[in-house]
Ligand binder design. Sequence first.
Ligand code: NAD
Length: 476
Amino acid sequence: MSSRLENYINGSFVAASGSGDFDVTSPVTGERVAVSPVSDAADVDAAFRAAREAFGSWRSVTPSERQRCLLALADNMEQHSEELVEAQHRNTGQPRRIIAEEEVAAGADQLRFFAGAARLLEGRGAAEYLEGHTSYVRREPLGVVAQITPWNFPLMMAVWKIGPALAAGNTIVLKPSETTPESTLVLARLAGEVFPAGVFNVVLGDGSTGQLLSENDTAAMVAITGSVRAGQAVATSAAKSVKRAHLELGGKAPAVVFADADLEKAAEMILTFGTFNAGQDCTAVTRVLVQDSVHDELVALLAAQAAKLTTGELDDAKNDYGPLNNARHFETVCNKLKNIPEHATVITGGVPAEDAAGFFVEPTIITGLHQDDELVQEETFAPVLTVQPFSSEAQAVELANGVDYALASSVWTTNQGHAMRMSRDLDFGCVWVNTHLLLVAEMPHGGFKSSGYGKDLSIYSVEEYTRVKHVMHALD
Ligand code: NAD
């Protein structure tokens, strides 16, 4: 009998009153690993009530104390790494070592960055701008914030949301993805050991619960990482109640490879960064744009790299990457791979065998696609890379920028001119040069265009969870 998961509200686990239970299943075996409630309005209201009450005192806690709590949570995460890894692995099938390194250890490091950032918030000036009057800026928390996370990196996404919000002095109601709630619940328990009750609350449920969060009048802001569809729904609800929205809605990252690049190194890294986490990464390389003179050579090198990768093993330690996260997503990806246009060529990979266990997809490389083909335009969120040739720098820019998404991109070249001009002209929130996918806590992560707005990580994200207030004193 799988356990029925509970919400974490006001420092305790409580059963949800929402009745629509659903199964949380392993994407490796298809077995049920837990039962999750779909929290209803009463559950969501209870969480916001707790967060609002906690804000009353949390808002005046000193930055130093907020830092202490965030540092303690980082330590707690590391001490409970195995529990976090197991909880998440049950829901995602990701290799355990990836969760341990990329989400628990990296997440603890990011929390330590946010702990420091809690003490760096400032207003811009304090002076007599009007004779006889002193003005200054107070930088304040927003209040209670609603946060909605996806299933691709459940723990990392939760850390990116709660770190800046707590550092800035807000309290939180967070809803994890319905398919991957378990590591977030462990995180909530660990946070409950160091933060006052009600500062960080978690409600479980699907998009309908997410909708309740974004409509809630107590929330001063709603932040989501997920699909464009969900982001649009959240922004619409936020607009109705005039609250801030913070949207991270995925990407369709190009890797632009010039003929002067170190092609072997580029192929190795591009394949690695295109299949990392089974391509379920909004910054993953999905579109390789290569100068036409080296197209065939790069395709051969990419195929050779693909042949070296392992996936599909039941023993996760043997896999370079795990399965796609859920049945619906797997079906969508398989349908896209079954309907590849006739003008395209599958170099390696393709549709998984009907009798394969789990939602695993082999590294897939497709050439010959046109710029307006769905596989080039829409997020696939799978280990699928398309390769298109370009003949000039101008055409490379046109193809790279010719999609609705604008989150991340990379340039591969040994020519400084290419690198500098492409960094300027690529219309993406991040441009890497001779690398891809790497993130650091100190630098902002976030996109333009349909990829949304609002930055995660860095001091910019902390500032987004604050408001500025002008105070003016008459001196006489
Ligand atoms: P989704 O956008 O539906 O889910 C993300 C989160 O949003 C979940 O917690 C979900 O419950 C919530 N949500 C869904 N509808 C909502 C609504 N109307 N209001 C409020 N919250 C809502 O993602 P999905 O359907 O599981 O995946 C679909 C596609 O989204 C994927 O194939 C991928 O292309 C993309 N995606 C992107 C990211 C990313 O990191 N940007 C993450 C996951 C999925």
